[in-house]
Design a binder for this molecule. Structure first.
Ligand code: SF4
Length: 278
């Protein structure tokens, strides 16, 4: 069973929830798909034993052949190639590695090489958690390339917790695509409500069941709760705005480690999801 943990915006406590679910249940896969800013390792403290380099194909242009690369520039939908006179200007950060410029470019003058776009780090965390973390190389925008490689590592006979990237753009949608259930984390503020609404639209269109956790309950207003009640959206849990939780979070101490009574609450959520998602 794949359970993704998502939020319409960053900083709502998504990782806190994902880590708590994993620690409460144990013996699961934890996938940190938030590859632009992975931080679950700060709380889970995995023993990283293995590292996998993720590469993509990228073209290079043999300008010394004197060939005309105009067709490459015309073909590239991502504007990764520009031609000015005899000069070819290549913007590697825009290249999606589609291989198109090899097909349309002058024969023998466009070649391809593997370039590193990031790493996947693998390890073990207590209790019995198989931990996988994507780590995008700075300057590269190949989030989904890394997430696709991580997909291949999922052990489908276990509970899988995916810590999704924040927002509702392609990397979030890609992270969610195989989920049996999504836990949406929000905070009770107008921003939180707006982004929750956007995330719900995405989940509805993908036909993925979901429930909501309200973090920092007590700040803001009651509009998120009102919205959930009005739309029959299950509120799975409320986490209070508590100085002790915040202080421990800043030290890398998870909610479950800080106060073990949270383990029972997160296990109840998992029991509910297991029934709901079958
Ligand atoms: S490989 Fe594709 S994306 Fe990259 S420069 Fe060529 S046409 Fe553009």
């Amino acid at each position: 069973m794949i359970i993704s943990v998502a939020s319409g915006k960053g900083g709502t406590g998504k990782t806190t929830v994902a880590v708590s679910l994993a620690m409460a249940r144990g013996y699961c896969n934890f996938m940190d798909y938030d590859v632009e800013a992975p931080n679950a390792s700060f709380f889970l403290k995995p023993d990283i034993k293995n590292e996998q380099t993720v590469t993509m194909k990228q073209p290079y242009f043999l300008t010394e052949t004197g060939a005309d690369f105009k067709k490459c520039a015309e073909f590239c939908h991502f504007n990764a190639v520009a031609v000015a006179g005899k000069e070819v200007i290549f913007f590697p950060e825009l290249c999606h590695g589609c291989g198109g410029c090899l097909l349309v470019g002058p024969e023998g003058s466009v070649m391809e090489k593997d370039v590193e776009v990031g790493k996947i780090r693998k390890g073990k965390a207590d209790p019995g958690i198989s931990f996988f973390m994507g780590d995008l190389k700075p300057g590269y925008m190949r989030t989904i390339t890394i997430q696709s490689e991580m997909d291949k590592l999922i052990e489908h006979d276990k509970i899988v917790i995916i810590d999704c990237p924040p927002g509702t753009s392609c990397p979030m949608v890609f992270s969610l695509k195989d989920s049996d259930y999504c836990v949406l984390v929000t905070e009770p503020t107008p921003y939180g409500l707006n982004d929750l609404d956007l995330s719900i639209e995405v989940l509805k269109s993908m036909k993925i069941p979901y429930g909501v956790i309200i973090n920092r309950d007590g700040i803001g207003d009651g509009k998120v709760e009102e919205y959930c009640n009005k739309n029959n959206i299950k509120i799975l849990l409320k986490i209070p705005n508590d100085m002790g939780i915040a202080r421990n979070y800043s030290r890398g101490v998870s909610l479950v480690e800080y106060d073990n009574s949270w383990a029972g609450k997160f296990n109840k959520i998992l029991d509910f999801i297991e029934k709901e998602a079958v």
